[in-house]
Write a protein that binds this ligand. Structure first.
Ligand code: ATP
Ligand code: MG
Length: 561
């Protein structure tokens, strides 16, 4: 697989590609122009990845365009840190935008369109308070009530709107509303607010404006001004499509190439939060180590966890694009990264819970090797070979030795044999223990001539990994599991109550084969018999990498002993 999504297979057919194909056939469109419109109020997450793969993927597949548009109508929430993170994440996922735009680029035009609606008698300045507006709006079963300010004259509305712009009103005292239908079955059509007063410095426009347009008014006009053909959003905007079309119908804008809105279902992923507001809460509360905490399903967290762009794109391919709301199993995401890393990651040996083992007959019986040459990948010889050092004292994993065990235990026990991965068959002879009964040292003997060979009369029970105690690299390894104990944390009222206290286990004294000392950020390895691990980008130092668990070798739920 390549790094860029642009040289990749096309997205699987879905209802949106069907719409595009029909539009082409029936002459409603002759090109595809999409946009990805994040609000710069947080970092992107796996849900955004679905939207990115769809919008940029359609542009790629139909040789069209896709803009990155900051939906920046709300000045108080913006932060340049988020803008940098969004751009980095989109590029890292392998996509290139045609242009970067901001909704705020269109503030002058939006203002003029608002004046046009006023002039047509289709918008009015309302002086009801936000609470009153809410109360007047009615419910799904009851129609709304008209505001007493609804029937002002065009002149009065114009003058008041100009005063709004000139800063003559306090926040919340007035707003501009579209004059549509207070009895509409669609609440969003009951005279929606389209401009409000807000005294805040905007990242792009500074203090030029003290009135800001609302999303529903801004989005459709931005789409039209950019020549977007297919404006794709998530299902919660289904009703708002009426308003999208209403605004474009009633302003002087190209009516031939009007954009259309289509809705698909959001991605909901087990054990993951896909709400920037809630993610922000966890970051602010210090529950996680920033937006790029490897336990978060943010793009930056997944990158730090060792996910690859290819695996995330493949996941988005597999879940597809539909209108059905569902929750995707975490296992579906994990199998994508496992497949990718299985094919690409070099193998290495790392002992996470070290237990010393002494080869008592080392230096005798022809047990004289001090290193073995081993392939970096069992199937991909082009990934080369490396030397693994061997000696009298080794570390094996605590879990790989028991004094006694039944036949199912395919590891080392007293009196029985296992093969050291890439090395000798060994037999455990005896062990030493501390006062608490914990095994502190295992004595073993190696079988002569058994490296790479079967030896008559010796049947090792299994294969275990190891490192040379006298020549290994000691470092920290971070083990991660789900951040939440509840598979649907987004639905929990008190998120903090479902945080998994054991979601990060820091192992400070792991013993890794020497070659891993040279690993750098961006590299991933399969630690044999354990899982896939990457170099942590935040805490590693030159010549001293720290490793993060990306994913275990097998789905834990299914894993046998
Ligand atoms: P949040 O609640 O996290 O702020 P949002 O939908 O407001 O989510 P935006 O940044 O405004 O986030 O969204 C940018 C684009 O990404 C939108 O087109 C939105 O529909 C899409 N998107 C956001 N979350 C998801 C999701 N879970 N699945 C699919 N698309 C999503
Ligand atoms: Mg939003």
């Amino acid at each position: 697989m390549t790094d860029s999504a642009h040289s990749e297979k096309s997205i699987p057919r879905n209802f949106i590609t069907d719409i595009i194909d029909t539009d082409f056939k029936e002459g409603r469109a002759d090109h595809v122009a999409t946009r990805f419109p994040p609000e710069p109020n947080g970092y992107l997450h796996i849900g955004h990845a679905k939207s990115i793969c769809l919008n940029f993927g359609l542009a790629r597949d139909y040789q069209g365009t896709c803009n990155l548009r900051y939906d920046d109508t709300n000045p108080v929430k913006e932060d340049p840190e988020y803008v940098r993170a969004i751009e980095r994440d989109v590029q890292w996922l392998g996509f290139k935008w045609t242009e970067i735009r901001h909704s705020s680029d269109y503030f002058d035009k939006l203002y003029n369109f608002a004046l046009e609606l006023i002039d047509k008698g289709l918008a009015y300045v309302d002086e009801l308070s936000p609470d009153e507006i809410r109360a007047y709006r009615g419910t799904l079963t009851e129609p709304g009530k008209e505001s007493p300010y609804r029937n002002r004259s065009v002149e009065e509305n114009r003058s008041l709107f100009e005063q709004m712009k000139a800063g003559k009103f306090e926040e919340g005292k007035v707003c501009l509303r579209a004059k549509i239908d207070m009895a509409s079955p669609f609440i969003c059509m009951r005279d929606p607010v389209i401009y409000r007063v807000r005294y805040a410095t905007h990242a792009q426009t500074g203090d030029k404006w003290c009135i800001y347009p609302m999303y529903d008014f801004t989005h459709c006009i931005s789409d039209a001004l950019e020549g977007i053909t297919h404006s794709i959003c998530t299902l919660e905007f289904q009703d708002n499509r009426r308003l999208y079309d209403w605004v474009l119908e009633h302003i002087s804008i190209d009516q031939v190439h009007r954009p259309h809105q289509y809705e698909f279902s959001r991605l909901n992923l087990e054990y993951a939060l896909t709400s920037k507001r809630k993610l922000n809460f966890l970051v602010q509360e210090g529950v996680v180590d920033g937006w790029d905490d490897p336990r978060l399903a943010t793009i930056s967290g997944m990158r730090r966890r060792g996910y690859t762009p290819q695996a995330i794109r493949e996941f988005c391919r597999r879940i597809g694009v539909t209108k059905q709301e569902n929750v995707v199993e975490l296992a579906a995401l994990e199998s994508c990264i496992r497949e990718d890393l299985n094919a690409t990651a070099p193998r290495a040996m790392a002992v996470l819970h070290p237990l010393k083992l002494v080869i008592d007959n080392f230096g005798q019986d022809g047990i004289t090797e001090t290193s073995f040459t081993v392939p970096n990948h069992p199937e991909r010889l082009e990934l080369g070979e490396r030397q693994i050092s061997f000696g009298r004292e080794l570390y094996i994993d605590e879990a790989d030795f028991r004094e006694e065990a039944n036949k199912q235990y395919k590891r080392l026990k007293l009196g029985a044999e296992v093969r050291l991965r890439h090395g000798y068959i060994i037999k455990a002879i005896s062990c030493e223990k501390d006062e608490s009964g914990r095994v502190t040292l295992v004595h073993a003997e190696a079988v002569p001539n058994s490296v790479g060979n079967n030896v008559e009369g010796h049947k090792p029970k299994g294969v275990i990994h190891w490192v040379n105690a006298g020549d290994c690299f000691k470092t920290q390894v971070n083990l991660y599991s789900t951040l939440f104990t509840d598979p649907n944390p987004g639905a929990c009222e008190d998120i903090l109550s479902v945080v998994n206290k054991d979601s990060l286990v820091v192992l400070k004294d792991c013993c890794l084969e020497r070659s891993l000392e040279a690993a750098v950020v961006g590299q991933s390895f399969q630690f044999e018999r354990e899982g896939y691990f990457c170099v942590d980008s935040k805490t590693s130092q030159q010549g001293h990498p720290v490793f993060n668990l990306t994913v275990l070798l097998r789905d834990n739920k299914k894993a046998a002993l």
